[in-house]
Design a binder for this molecule. Structure first.
Ligand code: X8Z
Ligand code: ZN
Length: 611
């Protein structure tokens, strides 16, 4: 199939050329560019779908065979895109209509893992990538590795234990146990960086990080500055939350939570990576506030299964006027961890055929956190479905931060009023419960911000060669300390490769998107609340059931990547700049409360000079 398409493509272009220039070299006119792109889009769609199918089987059935099959499919796709980008250089100086120019640019930016043109090196890279992601998926913490009968724990089991345990010793063991999964990845990761950078340079980028930063309709340096600008807007909120949480953890754990430098030990925050802190809500809940609700307990009491939880998410989208999920979704998704094989449990949304074969891969256990993640994932799928009518190269989000923000925008509408409307709670808590509810949300959203920022700050340094493999871990902790104000539970050994214990590093998924999404979602949400006619305090708005809000949202999703993201943002919100102001407005009552709580205490932390 691939071969015949390639032949057709090669046969078509010289023919067009003979008509215009009688030359044997391919032409570079506007018509040539249009024909080139049409052919490339048809061909890439097929290769992409084959790659998705191999990837799906790999991640839902990890073994050596599926590792190889996924690597081979990646190899074919990356190889062909690389060739097409090279071929497309002949249009570099052709004045093209904006849609054609945009498609060529997007083609060049489409590979998060660029690869060298040399097939041998490309094969080495794609196999390394499949192997790294497989190692993460198969990763287990085995407390007694020498006892074959002893139990081992996968990432969700470790995550669940870290969410629930309040024993600092056990928490440190779990933390260290999971981080061991990554130790054997470091050298492979270093080679992966080398090879991917070689691919990026061949495409004309300084390195892979520069390629990633080029995907935002602005210069890479302007993008880095943009992230800093947004961080500055929200940093004061994070610092207050950090100081408050630290005080409460010290009350609970005493010496185990106390450090002279003011940093919080990373294992005490209820999450393997300390990226979101809502699992320790019980430890930081305001003493005198009215009781709110515990979604995990409610779902457990109702014995809500994975399908029902997914159904709640789908219903929200339907209430906004979206079509129901296609039948393939229910037939082909993996909603729970299969008992008999290794899978990648990290939740992901799959647009398998760039049409209606959309799927969710997730190990739903039924917690309140899962409830939110399901909305997040469905956001991806409703976006995929909305832009499927666009030409292939525009079938993506305005930028990757938009993709990550869609479901979260919906999930911000999961308010007590909404939960009452759908019958999950009987009574809406009184207004005095606003602070505890906001605090819970802040542990999820505000705590995430520095983590969302630093992952790619680390990778950018690594890809740029500013940090060598021997210092990977040191640089990682320097950023964790600087931005999050958290510290490793103990001395990290010389072999430790802690970044590898986070899915997106071995899976090579860019991460700045999540930081952006954390900001965008409040901007989108504020615009939709307005469209729904809501005028009260932002934190109490739910636009459930508002077709007007849904229409506005869908119009933006329909655009896919056909326009620069500021235009999509403007169409939806009236603003053409990312702005954390909506997030700050949402959390304003909590910010004032936190300042009050932290009165007399110092906020922030100090960083010791490193050897
Ligand atoms: O990876 C995800 C989603 C899939 S796109 C579950 N998220 C990031 C993470 O888990 O680290 C969502 C929030 C951040
Ligand atoms: Zn996502």
């Amino acid at each position: 199939m691939l071969f015949s398409l390639r032949l057709r493509h090669i046969a078509l272009l010289p023919l067009a050329l003979t008509l215009f220039s009688c030359s044997t070299t391919p032409g570079n006119s506007v018509q040539d560019a249009r024909a080139f792109l049409e052919s490339a889009e048809t061909e890439l769609l097929k290769i992409q779908v084959a790659d998705n199918r191999a990837g799906w089987v790999h991640e839902t059935y990890i073994n050596d065979d599926t590792d190889s099959l996924a690597a081979a499919a990646d190899d074919r796709l990356i190889g062909r895109v690389t060739e097409l980008v090279k071929e497309s250089a002949r249009f570099d100086n052709t004045p093209l209509p904006p849609d054609l120019r945009r498609k060529l640019t997007l083609l060049k930016l489409s590979l998060p893992m660029p690869a060298p043109a040399d097939p041998k090196l490309r094969e080495e890279l794609t196999q390394l990538a499949a192997g790294l992601s497989g190692s993460y998926g198969k990763g287990k913490y085995c407390p007694s590795p020498n006892d074959p009968a002893a139990k081992c724990f996968g990432v969700e089991a470790v995550g669940e234990k870290m969410a629930k345990s309040r024993d600092p010793k056990e928490l440190a063991e779990l933390w260290e146990g999971w981080h061991k999964v990554a130790t054997p990845m470091r050298d492979r990761y270093a080679r992966f960086v080398e090879l991917s950078n070689a691919g990026a340079t061949q495409l004309g980028f300084k390195d892979t990080g520069a390629l990633w930063r080029s995907g935002y309709d602005m210069e890479p340096a302007a993008f880095s500055a943009e992230l800093e600008r947004l961080w500055t807007q929200v940093e004061p909120l994070y610092k207050e939350l950090h100081a408050y949480t630290r005080t409460r953890l010290k009350t609970k754990y005493g010496a185990a939570a106390t450090r002279e430098d003011g940093m919080i030990p990373a294992h005490l925050l209820g999450n393997i990576w300390a990226q979101e802190w809502e699992n320790i809500y019980d430890l930081v809940a305001p003493a005198s506030a009215p009781a709110t609700y515990d979604l995990s307990k409610i779902l457990a009491a109702r014995k809500a299964d994975a399908k029902q939880i997914t159904g709640y998410g789908e219903n929200f989208f339907k209430s906004l006027g979206f079509e129901p999920l296609p039948p393939a979704f229910w037939q082909r998704s993996m909603l729970t961890r299969p008992a008999d094989r290794d899978v990648v449990c990290h939740a992901s949304a799959w647009d398998v055929d760039a049409d209606t074969d959309v799927r969710l891969k997730m190990c739903i256990q039924g917690t309140g956190e899962d409830f939110i993640v399901v909305h997040h994932e469905l956001g991806h799928l409703f976006y995929d479905l909305a832009y499927r009518k666009q030409p292939f190269l525009f079938r993506s989000a305005a930028n990757d931060g938009f993709h990550e923000a869609i479901g979260d925008t919906i999930a911000l509408s999961i308010t007590p009023e909404y939960l009452k409307t759908i019958g999950l709670i009987q009574q809406v808590p009184p207004p005095a419960a606003d602070i505890p509810i906001l605090l819970h949300r802040a542990l999820e959203k505000v705590a995430f911000l520095p983590f969302g920022l630093l992952i790619d700050k680390w990778r950018w340094q690594v890809f740029a060669g500013e940090v060598k493999p021997a210092d990977y871990n040191k640089a990682w902790w320097a950023l964790r300390e600087k931005y999050q104000g958290i510290a490793a539970p103990g001395e990290r050994g010389p072999d430790a490769f802690d970044p590898g214990a986070k899915y997106h590093i071995p899976a090579n998924t860019p991460y700045a998107r999540y930081f952006l999404a954390a900001i965008y979602q409040f901007q989108f949400y504020r615009a939709m609340c307005k469209e729904a006619g809501y005028t009260g305090p932002l934190n109490r708005c739910s636009f459930f059931g508002s077709e007007a809000a849904g229409k506005k949202f869908k119009a933006m999703l329909d655009l896919g990547q056909s326009k620069p993201w500021p235009e999509a943002l403007k169409q939806m919100t009236g603003e053409d700049k990312a702005d954390a102001g909506a997030m700050v407005e949402y959390f304003a009552p909590l910010f004032a409360w936190l300042e009050q709580q932290n009165k007399g205490a110092t906020t922030g932390w100090t960083i010791a000079a490193r050897k």
